[in-house]
Every structure is written in structure tokens, then in C-alpha cells.
Design a protein around this ligand. Structure first.
Ligand code: ADP
Length: 425
């Protein structure tokens, strides 16, 4: 609860000052006590008359529509009346005045109605006093009564002001919140827009990339085969045919990735799980990629432990091929690739490590997104479609494994993926 309504924020000194402005002193206390004694006998009548006045106006009538409520308020009013004429006007009096004002404020009694009621109150009191002690004495008593009434009224008005301030502060806070939210929304919108636009760009890039990537192997393979047909020398012919086969294998991988991506988008990854030796899959994949690596003078080192996993053979091989394809592609002539399999934390763990260009940290997660490439520009140095790692991730995760990269720019990359061991549920 806010404490602004309590006169706790008024020091004793301020309260004295307040009374000082009104000229309300000890002498007034005694006078008021005397007036109180006189008025006590007519208390009920005074309060009834006040309510009669209040109930004259439709605006006030609606606050006192229930009979019960009026009776309750009359009791409170009587109490208040006695406090006004108690003769002591210390902290408790201040606190009470503010509280009454707060109640009126809460039920929506506007200050102008409230002040009207005070005025009527004074009239009634003066009338009663005149009847009880005569006009002369009542004129003598009246200034003190007026002072305490003004004090009481100003306390109530103060609580209206404080409440108004609080509401203003609250609406200002609410407004600031809304502005923050709006700012946040604006940022999100801008981000979504950027993403959409870059997706659009990626899409057109990918169409260009895929068509390019598909055409290149065909050109190489066709050229290689045509030349081989005219080649007399057996060794040279073999080389040409190997080149053609490699190009077709590359094409096969791209088509495989395209199919895998389209399929998993439609119906998820369909696995044909069986017990297989992960080292064997690694060897086959390396054999398939071996000639590309050799051609670039890249050495492939194997550190394979036989580990039985429960996995889809073809799809697991696809993961290897995609990782090896990247390792060869992003490693300079003369570099090294190491493939290792082992058991760690009750999973088969495979690493494909290269001494290539490396990947800046901020891309370590993004590269597993579909069609994402660190360099997707048309002037890029390396080919590719941005499908390989996304497909690898889909396959690995469908098996219940994980895939991640550790790398730094210029320091090579190490890709690791895990697969469940066979016989583990
Ligand atoms: P692609 O290789 O066809 O572009 P991938 O999904 O296989 O698509 O890889 C996405 C991106 O991740 C690559 O474009 C490249 O920027 C980065 N990347 C993947 N593997 C490596 C690696 N071994 N070394 C450096 N960068 C890599």
C-alpha cells in the first residue's frame, strides 16, 4: 500500500505549522470542547440534517442509495463529529482527516460536493449553537469551530490531491510500460521483417546455388566420360572415369540431401534402424570421399573403434558424407582430416575434425539451420547449398543423438555427433 495518504509524511513540525496558518491554538481547543458539550445533545439531529442536505442531489444520492449504508455512514459521521469537538488536534486527528477524505475519494464524492456539505455543516452547527447558548455566545465560539472545520476540510482535500498524484503516477508508469512494450514489439517486427527478407534472399540464393551445384557435376561427368571414350591410355582413361564418378557421387549427395530435406519437412525423418558398426560406416564414407581428398592432397586419418549402434545405415552414412564433404571443401590443399569413433557417456561419439578455415563462434548454431551458409554471397569462394548440416542434424536428432561444432576462425573445425548404442533400450 502506498503511504502517501498517511500523514506520516508530515512531520510534527509541519502539522504545527499547518495549525499555525489557521491560527488554531490551545485556546481554541478549550472553546471547541465547550461547544462540543453543547452540541452533543443535538448530535443526532445535526447529522440527520446534514444527510438531508446531502440526499437532495442526485449526484450525492447515488452514493447513499442503500439505507444500511446511510446508517453506517451516520455512525461514522457521529464519531467524526466528536473528534472535531474533542479539543485535541494532534497526529491522530490529522491521520483521521486524511482517512475520511480518502474514503470519500474512493466512493467518488467529488470535492465540490464535499465542500458544499462542509458549508451546510457549519450552518447547522451555528443554528444549533444559537438556539442553545444564544447568538452572542455562539458568535464567540464560532471562529474556533470554523478553524477546525477548515483544518478538517483541508486534510480531506489533501488526500484528494495525493490520490490524484498517485493516479497520475500510476498512469504515467502504465504509459511508460506500454511504450516499452511498443518499443519491444517494434524491435520484434523489425527483426521478423529482416528475417523474412533474408529468408527471401536465401531462397533465391538457394535456387541459384542448387541449380549451379547440380549442373557442375553433370558438366564434369559428361566431359570426363567423353574424353575417356577417346582416350587410348588406360591409366589416363581411368583417371578421367574416376573424376566423372566422383562428380556423379557429389551430384548424388546433393539430390539425396534435397530429397531428405523435402521428406523430413513433410513427414519427419523415416528411419530404418538396425544394429550396425559405426566404424564400418565411417570406413565406407571415407572410401567414397577418399579420391576428392587425395586430389586436394588432404590426408584422412582414422582412429576408429568398433562400436555397435542402433541406427539407419544409409542415413548415418549420409551424415558422414556431409561432414566429410565439408571438411574436404573447407580445408586447404595439404591439410588434414581426422575421423574418430568412440564410446562416451553411454553413447557412440563420432568426430570429424579438419585443419580448414574454421567457423567464427557466432555461426556455430546457425550453420545447422536449413540453407544457412556463413558466406552465402554470389562471390563466395566455396560452393554448396547449405543443406548438408541441416540434414545431418535432422538425421542425428531423429536417432536421439546430438550434433555440434567446436571451431574458431582459421583454426580448423571439429564436428561431433552422437548415436545411441545398440542394446540400450
Ligand atoms: P554447404 O556446405 O553446402 O554450404 P552445410 O549445411 O553443409 O552447407 O554447411 C553450412 C555452412 O557451414 C557452410 O556453408 C560453411 O559456411 C559452414 N561449414 C560447414 N562445415 C564446415 C567446415 N568443416 N569448415 C568450415 N566451415 C564449415
Amino acid at each position: 500500500m502506498s503511504s502517501v495518504h498517511e500523514p506520516a509524511d508530515l512531520t510534527a513540525e509541519e502539522m504545527e505549522q499547518w495549525k499555525g496558518y489557521l491560527g488554531l491554538g490551545e485556546r481554541d481547543g478549550e472553546v471547541l470542547k465547550e461547544a462540543g458539550e453543547v452540541l452533543k445533545a443535538r448530535e443526532d439531529w445535526i447529522i440527520d440534517s446534514l444527510y438531508e442536505h446531502l440526499l437532495k442531489f442526485p449526484q450525492t444520492r447515488r452514493f447513499f442509495s442503500e439505507k444500511d449504508k446511510v446508517e453506517r455512514l451516520k455512525v461514522l459521521q457521529k464519531h467524526h463529529f466528536r473528534t472535531l469537538f474533542s479539543g485535541s488536534y494532534g497526529a491522530e486527528f490529522f491521520r483521521r482527516g486524511v482517512r475520511v477524505g480518502r474514503t470519500h475519494n474512493r466512493i467518488g464524492l467529488r470535492p465540490r460536493l464535499y465542500i458544499g456539505a462542509y458549508n451546510r455543516y457549519l450552518e447547522i452547527i451555528f443554528q444549533v449553537l444559537a438556539e442553545e447558548v444564544g447568538p452572542q455566545r455562539s458568535l464567540e465560539l464560532f471562529p474556533s469551530i470554523q478553524k477546525v472545520m477548515f483544518l478538517d476540510m483541508s486534510l480531506a482535500i489533501r488526500s484528494y490531491i495525493l490520490e490524484g498524484q498517485r493516479e497520475l503516477e500510476e498512469s504515467r508508469d502504465a504509459l511508460l510500460n506500454v511504450m516499452d512494450d511498443l518499443e519491444e514489439e517494434k524491435k520484434k517486427l523489425a527483426k521478423a521483417y529482416d528475417e523474412l527478407r533474408s529468408l527471401d534472399e536465401t531462397k533465391s540464393n538457394i535456387i541459384a546455388n542448387v541449380s549451379h551445384e547440380l549442373r557442375t557435376p553433370i558438366t564434369i561427368a559428361t566431359g570426363g566420360i567423353e574424353l575417356a571414350m577417346d582416350e587410348e591410355d588406360g591409366e589416363a582413361r581411368n583417371q578421367l572415369l574416376t573424376m566423372a564418378r566422383r562428380a556423379l557421387a557429389k551430384q548424388n549427395r546433393i539430390v539425396g540431401n534435397l530429397i531428405q530435406m523435402a521428406q523430413s519437412q513433410r513427414e519427419g525423418v523415416d528411419l530404418n534402424r538396425e544394429e550396425i558398426n559405426i566404424a564400418e560406416v565411417a570406413r565406407m564414407a571415407v572410401a567414397e570421399m577418399g579420391s576428392s581428398a587425395r586430389e586436394k592432397g588432404i590426408q584422412i586419418e582414422l582412429d576408429l573403434r568398433d562400436v555397435q549402434v542402433l541406427a539407419d545405415f544409409d542415413k548415418t552414412k549420409e551424415v558422414f558424407l556431409n561432414l566429410l564433404d565439408n571438411a574436404v571443401k573447407f580445408t586447404d590443399r595439404g591439410g588434414r582430416i581426422k575421423v574418430a569413433t568412440e564410446i562416451r557417456m553411454e553413447m557412440a561419439e563420432v568426430t570429424v575434425e579438419d585443419t580448414g578455415v574454421g567457423i567464427p563462434r557466432e555461426f556455430h548454431e546457425k550453420i545447422f539451420d536449413r540453407l544457412y551458409q556463413v558466406d552465402a554471397s554470389t562471390t563466395r569462394q566455396f560452393g554448396g547449398t547449405g543443406m548438408g548440416l541441416a540434414v545431418a542434424k535432422e538425421i542425428v536428432e531423429a536417432h536421439g543423438g546430438k550434433i555440434w561444432v567446436e571451431s574458431e576462425q582459421g583454426m580448423g573445425s571439429r564436428f561431433t555427433f552422437t548415436l545411441p548404442l545398440a542394446g540400450k533400450g
